[in-house]
Design a protein around this ligand. Structure first.
Ligand SMILES: NC(=O)c1ccc[n+]([C@@H]2O[C@H](COP(=O)([O-])OP(=O)(O)OC[C@H]3O[C@@H](n4cnc5c(N)ncnc54)[C@H](O)[C@@H]3O)[C@@H](O)[C@H]2O)c1
Length: 446
């Protein structure tokens, strides 16, 4: 079935808004829907409601093909396919709360009552095995119509990273499609072919297998990151060890690969920790061993809450020093988010000690201030140079490009005797006599 290229996107957050911008960029007419009127009016005034590199530019450039509304029926009537990209927050036990997805499904179902043409509904929010089938039931109940006759449904999660969502959308490694029937999958396949710049592997399957694939993939990534962090700890303690050398060689084995295999800080953010917990929850609900995923979570938290703070405090003790600068607060570079950020946890642990802490982040200062509010020994600085100024030890917590521009002279003039503990191997200061430069995962004899 050839579509006319009219799409609606329900949920104009980090993911939905970026998808809307990318669809319009590739020639689709897009209607965005959100319950948040501010987001809707921002889109209608050609401005992105979220921070994500490239999105604001794409919205401005393609404004003639983009509009937003709070009216679900308007969006359904004026599009052929509706993507649902609303929050599915984690519950205490690791499962996801799907109330927002269900509420959107009800609104779409009500609108479908008055629509005679075929419509495709795509769940892109991260959901658990069994949830998409529930969405089908809601759509049938509220519309009085039949799935695979009057409408089709797909589960189509995205594998993108905040900070590079536009690039990841347009160049995915693979596209995952859980389909209610062949026609539904064909329509979505066609939408993806228009969207991508590369030739990804398109994987079509049942809802259930797609739902399992989504959480399995993220759970596997957390396992790989955690393995690299344990390897970094081993290398740091073994004379001559260097995780960068070992992981580089490991990555050349095609069974392993290089991505997510660099020793660094613990994983965090809005996806990895919760998808891994959801994987563990799914396993335990089915009576399957969940210890691999649960242990990954435990080891990740140990690195964040114990290993790294102890390491930094040991360096301060060794130097008889009392102050530290922390460069980077967000859970990774190129985002404003501090949700489950390892850097924030490290600062919280350090703040329990009688030391002075300077912090700075290129984009996440507002969020960082909220997350660290009430900690009396933490000072928020306006620039990276202000942050390192007058401190004894500098901890490089995220690999922002801006930090890489700091020169050895910057460190020497800002710090009495510069000591740097770098979680991302940003600098080549190893042969510098006047800088004590240490890297995560590299033995330095102390
Ligand atoms: N952000 C990511 O990197 C990422 C990656 C993969 C998957 N996901 C998944 O995508 C989903 C959305 O994530 P996000 O980060 O874009 O969330 P977000 O919190 O940034 O945005 C969600 C948007 O949905 C809107 N919304 C809430 N209820 C609504 C309703 N009933 N009708 C219309 N709009 C509604 C909110 O106002 C908000 O604008 C989640 O399930 C998340 O797990 C996100």
């Amino acid at each position: 079935m050839k579509t006319e290229n009219k799409i609606s996107v329900f949920g104009l957050g980090k993911l939905g808004c970026t998808m809307l911008a990318c669809f319009a960029h590739k020639g689709s007419s897009v209607v965005g829907v959100d319950i948040n009127e501010t987001s809707v009016s921002k889109i209608n005034s050609k401005t992105s409601p979220i921070y994500e590199p490239g999105v604001d530019e794409l919205i401005k450039k393609n404004a003639d093909r983009i509009r937003a509304t709070t009216d679900a029926a308007d969006a359904v009537m004026n599009s052929e396919a509706s993507f649902i990209i609303v929050p599915t927050p984690s519950e205490e036990n690791g499962s996801f709360n799907t109330k927002a997805v269900e509420s959107v499904a009800k609104a779409i179902g009500a609108a479908l009552k008055n629509k005679s043409d075929y419509h495709l509904i795509i769940v892109t929010s991260t959901v658990l095995p069994g949830d998409t089938a529930r969405v089908v039931k809601i759509l049938e109940e509220t519309s009085g119509k039949k799935c695979n006759v009057d409408f089709g449904v797909c589960y189509n999660p995205d594998f993108i990273a905040l900070g590079s969502i536009v690039k990841d959308f347009l160049n995915p490694d693979m596209v995952l499609i859980g389909e209610s029937d062949k026609k539904a999958g064909d329509v979505l396949d066609e939408i993806h072919l228009r969207l991508v710049d590369n030739k990804p592997s398109i994987n079509r399957m049942t809802f259930e297998n797609a739902e399992l694939t989504k959480i399995a993939l993220n759970s596997y990534c957390t396992l790989k990151i955690t393995f690299a962090n344990v390897l970094a700890d081993i290398c740091e303690k073994f004379p001559g060890g260097n995780v960068n050398v070992v992981s580089q060689a490991l990555g050349f084995d095609t069974r392993i690969g290089h991505r997510y295999l660099k020793g660094g800080l613990s994983y965090g953010g809005p996806c990895f920790p919760r998808d891994n917990k959801a994987f563990a929850w799914t396993a335990s609900k089915l009576g399957v061993s969940h210890s691999l995923a649960s242990k990954t979570d435990e080891v990740n938290n140990f690195h964040r809450d114990t290993r790294i703070p102890s390491k930094l405090l040991a360096i301060l003790k060794e130097k008889n020093a009392k102050s530290i600068s922390v460069l980077g607060l967000t859970y990774k570079a190129d985002t404003t988010l501090v949700e489950e950020s390892a850097a924030i946890s490290v600062v919280r642990s350090l703040a329990k000690e009688n030391i002075r802490i300077h912090v700075y982040d290129p984009a996440g200062m507002t969020e960082g201030k909220t997350a660290l509010s009430g900690l009396k020994n933490v000072s928020f600085k306006d620039t990276a140079k202000d942050c390192i100024q007058g401190t004894d030890l500098c901890f490089v917590a995220s690999p922002w490009k801006e930090f890489k521009t700091l020169t050895k002279e910057d460190f020497k003039s800002a710090m009495k005797t510069p000591v740097i503990f770098d979680a991302w191997s940003l600098y080549d200061f190893e042969s510098e006599k006047d800088i004590d430069y240490r890297q995560i995962g590299k033995y330095n004899g102390k």
